[in-house]
Design a protein around this ligand. Structure first.
Ligand code: CA2
Length: 165
C-alpha cells in the first residue's frame, strides 16, 4: 500500500488521502540571494522564495518544507531523512550540481521523485556549469526562469506525484 493510502476499516465511510509533503532543498550560497549578484540570480531573498513556494503549495494542497545548507553532507543527510516524511524533493543543488556524486547517489538511493531547478540558465553560462551530476537521477530539470523555475518545478513535481497514484 502506498504511504498516502489510508487503510480501510468497517467504521470509516470515506478515507481522505493525506496531503503530499514536498522537501525543497537549496544548496550552497543560495542564502545570499537578494543580497549579492541580483543581475544573475534576481532580487528575491531565499525566505521570499520559500514563502512563494509555500503559497504555490497551498494552491495545490501540498505542504512545502524548505531548507538551505552550504554543506554537502547536510544536504545528503536531509535527502536520507526525507524517506517516509516527504513524497518528493525539489532541489537547487547550487554549485554541487556540477561536482557532487554524493548528492546524486543520495537522490538515487532514496528513490524519491526529484526535480532539479536553477534560477539561471546553466547552459548559457560557463562550460563547467553545462554538466549536471543530478540531472540523470532527477525526473526533470528546469533552468533559467528565475524564481519561476522553482514554481514550475514544484508544479511539475506535484503533477507527477498526483499522476502516479
Ligand atoms: O542558477 C542557479 O540556480 C545555480 O544553481 C546557482 C548556483 C550556481 O553555482 C549554479 O551553477 C546555478 C550558485 C548559487 C549562488 O548563489 C548566490 C546568490 C547570491 C549571490 C551570490 C551567489
Amino acid at each position: 500500500m502506498s504511504d498516502r493510502a489510508v487503510a480501510s476499516s468497517p467504521n470509516v465511510i470515506s478515507s481522505p488521502l493525506q496531503s503530499l509533503s514536498i522537501l525543497v532543498l537549496h544548496g550552497p550560497n543560495l542564502n545570499l540571494l537578494g543580497q549579492r549578484e541580483p543581475g544573475i540570480y534576481g532580487s528575491l531573498t531565499l525566505p521570499e522564495i520559500n514563502r512563494l513556494l509555500e503559497a504555490e503549495g497551498l494552491k495545490m494542497q501540498v505542504k512545502v518544507f524548505s531548507m538551505q545548507s552550504n554543506h554537502e553532507g547536510s544536504l545528503v543527510d536531509a535527502i536520507h531523512e526525507a524517506i517516509g516524511k516527504y513524497q518528493g524533493v525539489l532541489i537547487n543543488p547550487g554549485a554541487y550540481t556540477h561536482t557532487s556524486v554524493a548528492l546524486r547517489d543520495a537522490i538515487a538511493a532514496v528513490s524519491l521523485p526529484t526535480v532539479e531547478v536553477h534560477l539561471s540558465n546553466i547552459y548559457c553560462r560557463e562550460e563547467f556549469r553545462h554538466h549536471s551530476y543530478i540531472a540523470p537521477v532527477a525526473i526533470g530539470q528546469i533552468s533559467g526562469f528565475g524564481v519561476q523555475s522553482y514554481l514550475l518545478g514544484l508544479q511539475a513535481l506535484v503533477h507527477h506525484l498526483n499522476s502516479a497514484i
